[in-house]
Write a protein that binds this ligand. Structure first.
Ligand code: HEM
Ligand SMILES: *[C@@H]1O[C@H](CO)[C@@H](O)[C@H](O)[C@H]1NC(C)=O
Ligand SMILES: *[C@@H]1O[C@H](CO)[C@@H](O)[C@H](O)[C@H]1NC(C)=O
Ligand SMILES: *[C@@H]1O[C@H](CO)[C@@H](O)[C@H](O)[C@H]1NC(C)=O
Ligand SMILES: *[C@@H]1O[C@H](CO)[C@@H](O)[C@H](O)[C@H]1NC(C)=O
Ligand SMILES: *[C@@H]1O[C@H](CO)[C@@H](O)[C@H](O)[C@H]1NC(C)=O
Length: 671
């Protein structure tokens, strides 16, 4: 009997949207054992699930198989599928980062190697794991300690041995949560050379949910996820602007967008799991271009500098016409306003072009400094060394100003690669799709943009580079520093102008088959939420979410992060920080320049270049490149400064870098 597999294959290939379920009679099985080929039947169910053909089931009745004429079509919606065991890894049985591997169609094994746990599902802790579990404080406790007891921290921050020890702990405990070398990607849920070596993929912290699983989240929740547009409208869309209680400003908002768009550059042509940024980290391709070809178009080829133009005595990026380095602009943008920079999309928002201009000026400024030190160097060496210095400055500013602000910690973070030199740490990084998704911080955006007594709607603001020329960088920096950004967690704070982006984040997460919010919490050492109320910290949204998702274990990652109960007085909830921080710190410290052979003065042109990195700050970057050295920070001044509260030594951490009289002048000007 050659029938079953070949027949099934032929019928399926002929576009028969269904599964042929062959039920052999007992007698037949014994008479012609090859008929009841269970592997074949099972694999067709798998194939059918992939084709989402579960509504149609054709049943070959017992005995009918021999005569092809008698194939009866019976509609058995989904019912039959519940009989057939799903891929056993769909239920995500392996705990504590154990790896699930199928062994045959209906069995699995958990590989608990080096997880610190053992047992069928890696659930039994080894003794030392058990001890650690007892002693380890919860992330919320650690966060509480770091954001309170200011007096104690002021002392600790001043004792370098303690500060170094704590910083080393922060870096290692966070980065150990990131697989390095990377493991999965959106097409490979098992380790493979392809997933490791193909840099066009974002990596994945958790493998995708199998296509053959009963529900989009594995086995939990409903067969279909709620409409993504509905999720956005009900839970994410802003009703009234909710300012961030940590005082984050628009200066921070655009820094975030500018900085992250060097490594979040999805290749939508290939799909949401693919990136165009092969450097997978802080390589400053947003300043220098992703390819050598683009870089050469942007370079002046003299003294290491980038091309520029002078307008009203100030340096601005060149135009596309000058460089031939293409940018994305709508056709109505006039030629002289089509500025050309490393990242193709930075014409989108004047806030991005402002930072692009600041970094362009910084590059050319550092080139001048280096040329003073090294009149013997050619254009190439000046360019290359300046690029490394700017990478260093970026990491320094991101850790000590940007992450410092976001964390809300009284503990003073420190950028010092030497802290990791005697640790187990890999100097490499691969950007994860989940990191990209969680970084969709569009709630930061205000409703309108305020610049020097003028107010711009999104409509007027987007693709409008004339704003930058009209006001100049100085006014932009001053205004952005004063304007509050929105709170990210807590729900209902995505501005209507970008609600489509929020919907796209959800749709793309589904396309990439992300596991549930709770699986991600477990992956990053957090306890899964037990209820929707525990997630949101309130009842109204929780009830509606429960109705739509059915099961807290089926709640999706991205909407989960945005509706999560924020920590007290904070911009984010626990999950955003505990998942985001490991990706972030690994990406920053895993940079090549932080490795022992690179991290030395000669790499950066000597003491002077090294010093530029080690003293970099946001305020200094602005002072060195923006006329009038406007006061800036990543938060609005809070409380609003009055004569009485102006306190030069406490009002701002960037203080040591700026001229106090200037600060006073700036602040009183606002009164
Ligand atoms: C006026 C401001 C902004 C606008 C108009 C805007 C708009 C967009 C759009 C249209 C996308 C592509 C969505 C898609 O189809 O996948 C996107 C992606 C993204 N946005 Fe924004 N956005 C803005 C500000 C921000 C800010 C402040 C952040 C903060 C970090 C941010 C983070 C991201 C990230 C991480 C992505 C994914 C990028 C990628 O994968 O290539 N955006 N945004
Ligand atoms: C392991 O997980 C499976 C599936 O969730 C469950 O049926 C089984 O009882 C678990 N085994 C143990 C030892 O807990
Ligand atoms: C911190 O240390 C510096 C010198 O290392 C000292 O001048 C300063 O007074 C110290 N501050 C506190 C609060 O201990
Ligand atoms: C990476 O994978 C994608 C998708 O399979 C493929 O199109 C691309 O050619 C691969 N890239 C390399 C360098 O192999
Ligand atoms: C762009 O900004 C300029 C300068 O502030 C403003 O006059 C103009 O109306 C804006 N353009 C659009 C299309 O809104
Ligand atoms: C400024 O802060 C310092 C240290 O906290 C304090 O000693 C000083 O009295 C404050 N000055 C003013 C004017 O509030």
């Amino acid at each position: 009997m050659l029938l079953p597999c070949a027949l099934l294959a032929a019928l399926l290939a002929a576009g028969h949207a269904g599964v042929l379920f062959y039920v052999p009679r007992d007698s037949e099985v014994s008479a012609a054992g090859e008929l009841s080929d269970p592997l074949c039947v099972r694999s067709w169910f798998v194939a059918a699930r992939k084709q989402r053909a579960s509504q149609f089931v054709s049943l070959i009745l017992p005995g009918a198989a021999r005569s092809l004429v008698q194939v009866e079509l019976v509609l058995l919606p989904a019912l039959v599928f519940d009989f057939i065991p799903a891929n056993p890894c769909c239920s995500l049985p392996c705990q504590n980062r154990g790896v699930c591997m199928t062994t045959g169609f209906d069995r699995y094994e958990c590989d608990c190697t080096r997880t610190g746990y053992y047992g069928e599902n890696c659930t039994t802790p080894e003794f030392f794991t058990w001890l650690k579990l007892i002693l380890k404080p919860t992330p919320n406790t650690v966060h509480y300690i770091l954001t309170h007891f200011k007096g104690v921290w002021n002392i600790i921050n001043n004792i370098s041995f303690l500060r170094d020890t704590i910083m080393r702990y922060v870096l290692t405990s966070r980065s150990h949560l990131i697989d390095s070398p990377p493991t999965y990607n959106s097409d490979y849920s098992y380790k493979s050379w392809e997933a490791y070596s193909n840099l066009s993929y974002y990596t994945r912290s958790l493998p995708p949910v199998g296509h053959d699983c009963p529900t989009p989240m594995g086995v939990k929740g409903k067969k279909e996820l709620p409409d993504s547009k509905l999720i956005v409208e009900k839970f994410l869309l802003r009703r009234k602007f909710i300012p961030d209680p940590q005082g984050t400003n628009v200066m921070f908002t655009f820094f975030a967008q500018h900085f992250t768009h060097q490594f979040f550059k999805t290749d939508h042509k290939k799909g949401p799991g693919f990136t165009k940024a092969y450097g997978h980290g802080v390589d400053l391709n947003h300043i220098y271009g992703e390819t050598l070809e683009r870089q050469l178009k942007l370079r002046l080829r003299k003294d290491g500098k980038l091309k520029y133009q002078m307008i009203d005595g100030e340096m601005y990026p060149p135009t596309v016409k000058d460089t031939q380095a293409e940018m994305i602009y709508p056709p109505h943008v006039p030629e002289h306003l089509q500025f050309s920079v490393g990242q193709e999309v930075f014409g989108l928002v004047p806030g991005l072009m402002m930072y692009a201009t600041i970094w362009l000026r910084e590059h050319n400024r550092v080139c001048d400094v280096l040329k003073q030190e090294h009149p013997e160097w050619d254009d190439e060496q000046l360019f290359q060394t300046t690029r490394l210095i700017l990478i260093g400055e970026t990491i320094k500013i991101v850790i000590e100003d940007y992450v410092q602000h976001l964390s809300g910690y009284h503990f003073k973070l420190k950028f010092d690669p030497e802290l990791l030199f005697n640790q187990r740490f890999q100097y490499q990084n691969r950007i994860a799709a989940e990191f990209n998704t969680l970084y969709h911080w569009h709630p930061l955006l205000p409703d309108t943009f305020q610049i020097h007594n003028q107010e711009y709607t999104f409509q007027q603001f987007l693709y409008n580079n004339s704003i930058m020329l009209e006001h100049g960088l100085s006014h932009m920096v001053k205004s952005f520093s004063k304007q509050s950004a929105g709170r990210v967690a807590g729900g209902k704070n995505v501005p209507a102008a970008v609600q489509k982006v929020a919907k796209a984040s959800i749709d793309q997460s589904r396309q990439m088959r992300y596991q549930s919010l709770n699986e991600y919490r477990k992956r990053f050492m957090l306890k899964p939420f037990k209820s929707f109320e525990e997630l949101t910290g309130e009842k109204e949204m929780a009830a509606e979410l429960e109705e739509l998702y059915g099961d807290i274990d089926a709640m999706e990652l991205y909407p989960g992060l945005l509706v999560e109960k924020p920590r007290p007085g904070a911009i984010f909830g626990e999950t955003m920080v505990e998942i985001g921080a490991p990706f972030s710190l690994k990406g920053l410290m895993g940079n090549t320049i932080c490795s022992p052979e690179y991290w030395k003065p000669s790499t950066f042109g000597g003491k002077v270049g090294f010093e530029i990195i080690n003293t970099a700050s946001l305020q200094k970057l602005i002072c060195n490149n923006v006329k009038g050295c406007p006061f800036t920070a990543f938060h609005v001044l809070n409380p609003e400064p009055t004569e009485a509260t102006i306190n030069v030594s406490t009002s701002n951490t960037a203080m040591e870098d700026i001229n106090p009289t200037l600060l006073l002048k700036e602040q009183s000007a606002e009164l």
